[in-house]
Ligand binder design. Structure first.
Ligand code: MRU
Length: 362
């Protein structure tokens, strides 16, 4: 059984219960999130993090903003849904699942309004949509896990960066899902987890999650990834993503690009596991992906201890781009995209039912 990252608690009115991930691994506790500002804060603080989990949280955040407004005039309610979506969209800039989920919620309200729904109809439609996003994420994770597990052999040692596990989704994770399915299939696997500077999602969250699941995990610092590959200890790399451009360039946690370069240098297959909701069809290159910059204190005094001189200059991009040419394959819910190109990405998007009209395709 995987750790449950978040859930909607109660019916209407209800609230969100989520694991407070900033306290892991020392404390495994849940917090209640009851308002839109609380949800924005939870996303910004990384109480909930990981692209798919951010998307699901945003969808539930919309419910927090409108659940008491069923008596409102329908047009005014749709306008309020738009405002709530704009507020939630400002929480973090890079993970496209946030905007994907908000666009679904906005579109649902508009469609129901256009279809003649009153305030009550729009609110109940939004509840259905948010729960569909939650359950869709769970199903997608499992599907990616099944596809990815075919690439894992009994006895393999895998390497992962950041946390793209259950705690980054509503389900069993993205990059870690193939590992969980491989374990279910009786394969024995070992995992190197990069620590993932500066916020240590690998040390705090991935190591915790894999140990909890009974998977053999060894923690290394980010700088050791190339070394363990040089030593011939890694059979494949599995990472998640926050946004994938239409040409297959992958944005993920800072340090992923270095892992991909090291993997190429040592002939280690480099796989990205991500749902189609992480693909941004509007961007034809990774260069166009907005990269979040985090506060300098996360580096100079992370976890409350100053480790750099007072006044030092700091640059802190939270994500980087791995070019498509370094990627062996992208595992999505519609299958494995080997050596991704724009044409292959567009084909997968079409198979996943994504509307590419209005986009100048390859
Ligand atoms: O800053 P975070 O912790 O939200 O970054 C998370 C990552 O980079 C994950 O690898 C990515 O979101 C994929 S999660 C399934």
């Amino acid at each position: 059984m995987h750790i449950e990252t978040l859930r909607w608690e109660g019916d209407r009115p209800g609230h969100v219960q989520m694991v407070e991930q900033t306290l892991l691994p020392l404390e495994h506790v849940e917090i209640a999130v009851r308002t839109v500002p609380e949800m924005v804060d939870a996303i910004y603080r990384l109480a909930v993090r990981g692209a798919p989990a951010i998307g699901v949280s945003a969808a539930y955040g919309v419910l927090l903003g409108i659940q008491e407004d069923a008596g409102m005039e329908a047009g005014a309610l749709v306008a309020k849904v738009g405002e709530v979506c704009d507020t939630l969209a400002a929480a973090r800039p890079t993970a496209v699942n946030l905007f994907w989920a908000l666009n679904r919620m906005r579109a649902k309200a508009e469609k129901d309004h256009a279809g003649g729904a009153n305030g009550e109809g729009i609110v109940s439609g939004l509840f259905e949509e948010a729960h569909a996003i939650f359950h869709g994420d769970r199903d997608t994770c499992r599907r990616m896990g099944e596809i990815g597990a075919e690439l894992i052999h009994d006895g393999d040692t895998l390497l992962t960066h950041c946390n793209a596990g259950a705690l980054a989704t509503a389900g069993m994770g993205t990059a870690l899902a193939p590992m969980y399915v491989a374990k279910e299939q009786g394969k024995t696997i070992h995992v190197f987890a990069d620590e993932t500077r500066p916020l240590l999602q690998g040390a705090r969250i991935t190591a915790f999650e894999l140990m909890h699941a009974g998977i053999d995990v060894t923690l290394i610092t980010d700088g050791m990834a190339a070394r363990v590959m040089f030593e011939g200890k890694v059979d494949a790399v599995f990472v998640g993503s926050d946004r994938i451009a239409r040409n297959g360039d992958v944005c993920n946690k800072i340090g992923t690009y270095s892992v991909a370069l090291a993997a190429q240098a040592h002939d280690v297959p480099f796989y990205v596991v991500a749902p189609l909701s992480t693909v941004d069809p509007s961007l034809d290159s990774g260069d166009l992906i907005p990269i979040e910059e985090r506060a300098p204190e996360e580096i100079t005094e992370g976890f409350g201890k100053r480790t750099a001189p007072e006044g030092v200059k700091v640059y802190s991009p939270a994500f980087d781009i791995t070019p498509a040419r370094l990627i062996t394959g992208i595992i999505t819910e519609v299958g494995l995209i080997e050596q991704p190109t724009m044409a292959k990405m567009e084909d997968a998007l079409r198979r996943g039912g994504v509307d590419l009209s209005g986009i100048e395709t390859a």
